[in-house]
Design a protein around this ligand. Sequence first.
Ligand SMILES: Cc1cc2nc3c(=O)[nH]c(=O)nc-3n(C[C@H](O)[C@H](O)[C@H](O)COP(=O)(O)OP(=O)(O)OC[C@H]3O[C@@H](n4cnc5c(N)ncnc54)[C@H](O)[C@@H]3O)c2cc1C
Length: 408
Amino acid sequence: MNNRNEEIDVLIIGAGPSGTVAAGVLNKNGVSTKIIEKQSFPRFVIGESLLPRCMDNLEKAGLLEVVKHQNFQEKFGAKFIDKSKNCDFDFSEQFSEGWGWTWQVKRAQFDQVLAQEIEKRGVPIAYNTEVTDVHFDQNGTSTTTINREDGSSDTITAKHIIDASGYGRVLPRLLQLDVPSNFPVRTSLFCHIKDLNRPTGADGNRITIVVYKQDVWIWIIPFSDNITSVGVVGSPEDINRFKGGATDQFKSWISEVPELADRFNKMDYIFEPKQITGYSSAVSKLYGDGYTLTGNSTEFLDPVFSSGVTFATESGALAAELITRTLKGENVDWETEYSEYIKRGVDVFRSFIMGWYDGTLQKIFFTKKENELMKKQICSVLAGYVWDLENPFVKQHARALKALADVL
Ligand SMILES: Cc1cc2nc3c(=O)[nH]c(=O)nc-3n(C[C@H](O)[C@H](O)[C@H](O)COP(=O)(O)OP(=O)(O)OC[C@H]3O[C@@H](n4cnc5c(N)ncnc54)[C@H](O)[C@@H]3O)c2cc1C
């Protein structure tokens, strides 16, 4: 049943971090905004390790203070392990100016905290409501069809739409903007586990990335409540090589990897292990008349350097600022100010991720010949400061990595 049409300045699809950060900025700027969210919160989503750059975006949206009160596990850096070799990055020892720490978060709680704060500020969120169709007229004004759980349906007219629908990829699907990612299909098998044998001291709470072999790695992300997220990433053939369903396969991985076995072998799983395959995605464009894509509905590369939520919040905050200016009648150059900016940052991570899987970065991380300045420059990239052109690993990312590996 189609009931009524509502009018709004900006309609946001999805209440993940990209949508709520965008809503926070728009609300601060006095723009009328509404979020449509398919699920009810709290809901599970993967992506639990943040980068320091995220703090800047939460701050812009006025959401940092509320997160500070949640007792999330603080994250001061990242540790990489390859058998007996270690590489430690400390975010307080960085080349670029910026935050020296951030958090490891269960996303169900983190996303809900952001969403509740946005609602408190007066931005309505319609939960259990799905965007099923969007039409644009010649001026870019959109008419969006929403369907509720009870079967009722309405339309919303908006001057601008932010598609922050993450893995839902609403506008890329409806407008045929999806293009193949230049990364191969990889898969991840993961779970939350009771972590009662956590090492004492800083090591126990630190995110650790374990190299199993060059293109298979494991994340260990401890939370503040003695539960830890563990995930294995690699090609579907490598990850699914053990017998049985998801739980049996996951148990086999825990026994297989020495860094996991002692700590997690006898521990309870909080839920049945989950598997996600083929998550890398890309789009032909990031904006158009009356819409902007943000977060995971743009391009998602790979989880190895935890860049997803940082890009989700960076693009959400930037889109919101540019939309505010557009609605005020200012001339915005969307190509340079939005698309090129976001793509520049994504490309830095692309070089690092490719360098990780082809072995270049592992060579650099685990060398005995560490160079202090270069380590700080690489650390800034890993902290998400990928727009600082003073940093050679940002400005000439691909070349700088290759040159350093060649020297080593
Ligand atoms: C294996 C793996 C590990 C990862 N690890 C990390 C990590 O450690 N750190 C990190 O930063 N990132 C990580 N990521 C990436 C991270 O998951 C995403 O980048 C991040 O969640 C994107 O946020 P978002 O706000 O764009 O989308 P989401 O958080 O996915 O939110 C989108 C919201 O839109 C809603 N939605 C979808 N379709 C519709 C619709 N039709 N109508 C209404 N609402 C809709 C969804 O219900 C959802 O709530 C990982 C990804 C993978 C695959």
